[in-house]
Ligand binder design. Sequence first.
Ligand code: NAD
Ligand code: TYD
Length: 354
Amino acid sequence: MLMDTKKKILITGGAGFIGSHVVRLFVKKYSDYAIYNLDKLTYAGNLENLKDIEEAENYSFVQGDITDAGFINELFEREKFDGVIHLAAESHVDRSITDPLAFVNTNVIGTVNLLNSARDIWKENFDEKRFYHVSTDEVYGSLGETGFFLETTPYDPQSPYSASKASSDHFVRAYANTYGMPIVISNCSNNYGPNQFPEKLLPLCINNIKNGNPLPVYGKGENIRDWLYVIDHARAIDVIYHNGKNDETYNIGGFNEWKNIDIVRLLCDVMDEKLGREKGSSQQLITFVKDRAGHDMRYAIDASKIKNELGWEPSLQFEEGMSKTVDWYLENTEWLEHITSGAYRDYYENQYQV
Ligand code: NAD
Ligand code: TYD
């Protein structure tokens, strides 16, 4: 049972990839907080991600759906949270192309449900309260060869996923303007690291290299992403939650741009070395496949605001992060096997027509 005197923080989506790292960081670092993890446990949510802290006395898990307004209201009424860090979302662009409504429901309506419930329990006194919305750089659209996304870059979402996240960001800002909600937003670049569901590029390739399966690279592999180690994102969220200013937006990025084809080649080389395979052998698995519809060309974050104002910078060099990530997937075979059974296999067959 969590003690009532503690500051109560609700983290949504805490069983997912990034959320699980945020939950772990907060549970371990802040013994004076009561951390509640609210997660529906969709295909992407996995309590195995949190095995090491599930018994902690300042941690509690609540299974629930943020699209269920009645349930969310009751939860807020009962627990009277002091803060919310909102990560629960449908997060995969390819799935948003097949089923956009699922993204509207969770990412837009789910966010508005949380905003309503937080506003209702806080409206008498917003002091010391905070609604932190975790968003993505994809809301800014696609860059050409030059330039960076700044906090002031106009929104120009191009996929159903990014359109739903952009919409949720707008609602969060609208609640600050209309009701005086104390809010903060961050927009982060692509994350990589332990516990990422293997439908996203890097864990998908790690799994396929391990098993000698094709590595599906969309189009010509020329698209560029800015990669950040997930634990550095969790550190940034901690810094922004505690020291960020109300109504502000902070861009978070890795200062680390890679063409897809180059990052896949690098991954092949790292895996060949770790698996004792001949250098170059995994690169033979690279297969160029049909491009994603409306595939954004380039994302790149200018993260100087969070660096200059809050002192955050990525802590890991990319090579070290990549090596740690590969080691984690090679050591946690059970985690991967549990995930790559059942429903995931159906999704994979459908997406890649294998
Ligand atoms: P994820 O898909 O791994 O995890 C999402 C979690 O939300 C899962 O645990 C899932 O069960 C839960 N969830 C989904 N629908 C829910 C619902 N209706 N009610 C309650 N819980 C629900 O996603 P992730 O990659 O960890 O991303 C987390 C957040 O960070 C998202 O808001 C995403 O937009 C944002 N983000 C992700 C990245 C990235 O590279 N992965 C980059 C920037 C921002
Ligand atoms: P992804 O991990 O889905 O993240 P996002 O689309 O949110 O950036 O994809 C990263 C990049 O890798 C993106 O440009 C699409 C590309 N990609 C492939 O080339 N093949 C794949 O099988 C997947 C899943 C992604």
